[in-house]
Design a protein around this ligand. Structure first.
Ligand code: NAD
Ligand code: MG
Length: 380
């Protein structure tokens, strides 16, 4: 069980719930980071008394330093601050709950300092899976997924032989627009896209869930976490989100993990595995959850899922291009500058123009990420 954690992105949806878990379990917190919400990180710092906190820029750091004057807390900022939080000596585990590719360099920094990773930031594995997995192996650390589907698969694989696995089955809720035609999707609004039927999450992942890009990112995440080729990873739409994912074995047995819609459950498991600890989180009541249904994903209405499989097949820098283009397109959609169906269009265009570097280093990944963002922004 984790004894002391650093949380990258402590003011977000996962970050706040991680602090709740830490409070319940009595886990110490040595570092916290936030991009801009200094009111919340101030409150968190006063309760958890970390050694170090980091924020987005020097102005915010100066303001926070004034507010926390009487406390013995180092206040850092920017990428150097994130790296300092990720490598803080006191922490044995780093929870990566930053959103987007901004989480990549700090996660690598944590791995290089021998920290176990409780990984929420899926974009790290999407953009640089091969590098992250080999760094983790070289430093003998474990990466435990916080994402509910991957936490489910982790549990379904435990105590079984991996050579007996036929395939991984990732479940997807289908998002708020399940059943809509491509024509209907042209007219959906930002407010409608932000209303996820089952989960309450940050805005970027909520839009990704509406386009099904989130499931695409999760397929790539699963590829690197569990080392299965894409043809052995299947996606099934399961609107109730009660089964969090499954593993099918060669003898026809399918092992599933079920639970209520409560991210604190996989967050806690990432910090206690292989132990299970009693908590007061919501329980699954099978008699109240009704029918469980399953459908094929609709790749025509939701091309982002197909684009992710395509990027995974192309390998090398292509998933980073897809991810960078997606982050830029989602930002434009959230600002009301493009329509919902422009998201896959822009990603597809960036992927078509890109010529893949099959064995990229970290610098190449960062470079193509920037290139894809410019491409989507119309700056190239
Ligand atoms: P969020 O938007 O609620 O929080 C993001 C956090 O990252 C905040 O603390 C913010 O300050 C910080 N941040 C944002 N941009 C940053 C930047 N450029 N540099 C440094 N810090 C930055 O997001 P979330 O919903 O908590 O998701 C976090 C990650 O976890 C994402 O990768 C998401 O895909 C993954 N995830 C989330 C959920 C969920 O239920 N929310 C479930 C599974 C996986
Ligand atoms: Mg998920």
């Amino acid at each position: 069980m984790a004894g002391n954690i650093a949380i990258l992105g402590s003011t977000g949806s996962i970050g706040v719930q991680t602090l709740e878990v830490a409070r319940n379990l009595g886990i110490s917190v040595s570092a916290l980071t936030a991009n801009s919400n200094i009111d919340l990180i101030e409150k968190q710092a006063k309760e958890f008394k970390p050694q170090l906190i980091s924020v987005g820029d020097s102005t915010l750091a100066f303001e926070l330093n004034q507010r926390l004057k009487k406390m013995n807390i180092e206040v850092h900022y920017g990428l150097e601050g994130l790296k300092a939080a990720a490598s803080i000596a006191a922490a044995d585990t780093v929870v990566t709950s930053i959103v987007g590719v901004a989480g990549l360099i700090p996660t690598i920094e944590a791995i290089r300092h021998g920290k176990n990773i409780a990984l929420a930031n899926k974009e790290t594995l999407v953009t640089a899976g091969s590098i992250v997995v080999s760094e983790a192996a070289a430093h003998g650390i474990s990466i435990f997924p916080v994402d509910s589907e991957h936490a489910a698969i982790y549990q379904c694989l435990a105590a079984n032989r991996r050579q007996d696995v036929e395939r991984l089955i990732l479940t997807a809720s289908g998002g708020p627009f399940r059943g809509k035609t491509p024509e209907e999707l042209e007219k959906v609004t930002v407010a409608q896209a932000l209303k996820h039927p089952n989960w309450n999450m940050g805005s970027k992942i909520t839009i990704d869930s509406a386009t099904l890009m989130n499931k695409g990112l999760e397929v790539i995440e699963a590829r690197w976490l569990f080392d299965f080729t894409p043809d052995r990873i299947k996606v099934v739409v399961h609107p109730q989100s009660i089964i969090h994912s499954m593993v099918e074995y060669v003898d026809g047995s399918v092992i599933a993990q079920l639970g209520s819609h409560d991210m604190r459950i996989p967050i806690q498991l990432a910090l206690t595995w292989p132990d299970r600890v009693l908590n007061s989180f919501s329980r699954l009541d099978l008699l109240k959850c009704g029918s469980l249904t399953f459908e094929e994903p609709d790749m025509e209405s939701f091309p982002c899922l197909a684009l992710a499989f395509e990027a995974l097949k192309a390998d090398g820098t292509m998933p980073a291009v897809m991810n960078g283009a997606n982050e830029a397109a989602v930002e434009l959609f959230l600002k009301g500058k493009i329509g919902f169906c422009d998201i896959p269009r822009l990603i597809s265009r960036a992927m078509q123009v890109h010529s893949v570097n099959i064995k990229p280093g970290l610098d190449d990944i960062i470079e193509v990420d920037g290139w894809a963002r410019k491409m989507v922004g119309g700056l190239l």
